[in-house]
Write a protein that binds this ligand. Sequence first.
Ligand code: AMP
Length: 414
Amino acid sequence: MIQAPRGTSDVLPDEAARRELLEAHVKRILGAAGYERIETPVFEDTELFSRGVGEATDIVQKEMYTFTDAGGRSLTLRPEGTAPVCRAYIEHGMHKLAQPVKLWYLSSFFRAEAPQRGRYREFWQVGAEAIGASEPETDAELIALLAELLGAVGVRGTRLHISSLGNPETRAEYREELKAYLHAHEVELSEEVRSRIDLNPLRAFDSTDPRTREAMKDAPKLLDCLSGEDAAHFEAVRTLLDDAGMTYELDPTLVRGLDYYTRTVYEFKSSELGAQSTVGGGGRYDRLMERLEGPPTPASGWAAGVERMLLAAGELPTPPSLTDLYVAVAKPGGGPTAFQLAREARRAGLRAQLELAGRSLKGQLKHADRLGARYVAIIGDGASTSLKNMESGEQRELSTPEVIPTILRGSRLS
Ligand code: AMP
């Protein structure tokens, strides 16, 4: 039996209804702040990600679905949305528009990760990007919009972690300083951390080994090494969040898995999720546009996982009855009349379905009830139809052309 590939899943109607609700919140919240939708191709030139996301990142090293097409081009299923949006910004000369250009997307992404709860190989993200904006207000507004979306969707137990990564030059200097510190404290570090000092010194902050954790308490922190301008920018973002009454945890160990971040970075975590607790995150990426050979353009944005948001949300309200009229047939040969009546009802703005499975009349009424239909029209022999109000149980004979006006008037049947 053929099954969906590992790490992928079908979106069945109940789940699709929850996603539609989520999408409605996205449109309302981001639309009100002037963000407009963009969608980019499912696959891109592989180089976009190796250059944009960063050759040394886990995503590019291990997680990309890359293939060569018949023309010998290396293509990759998009693992994230920011690099494609920046590519589109450059390709369509959007720097000539009034800045910032504020965009959002809701699309599927692909990463070859080991699947577990909240981590899939195909997953969906909502993303928002403000391109051409350097002000700290941009970062604070984006964080507030993500918080609002999580609140509207009903994501429970959220905590906001924020930090600043400064700029790549400061970061390189800091890395050397941290390496020197780790080498000086080698005896106190776990074997694992010790073996990776030169490869990935920042990972030492994530260690669960008690002695290593103790040793890391006094390790230099990137936040203390920021340049004057970067520190002032971060201070301004924090003041805006404080003034907005938003609570957050300053998390100097926050390192995002993509190379392109500068200055502000943040993540929203939810206590409702297990190991994969980050529902959404983002930050500023002032150098990415240049890496893609575009004009130097400051920018900031976030992405939030749709599956994780829905996992961490309680029950979303289910939409009410979706059927106004069910058209049943009492006798064989009533099909064409039923077909016409259902079409006319939809043209008149009613939600109408007709019998398609050859059920008995009793079976049809049962099915109409299951669908939550407000009315059932039972087609007799041609001209006359019996209309039943499913809420009151009343039933009346009508001429078929009178069925729709009667429902629209919502009038009593007897
Ligand atoms: P990232 O682009 O890694 O910052 O991811 C942004 C958000 O997308 C995360 O916070 C998750 O909610 C979601 N996400 C990332 N990777 C996966 C995955 N493999 N499966 C499901 N959701 C994911």
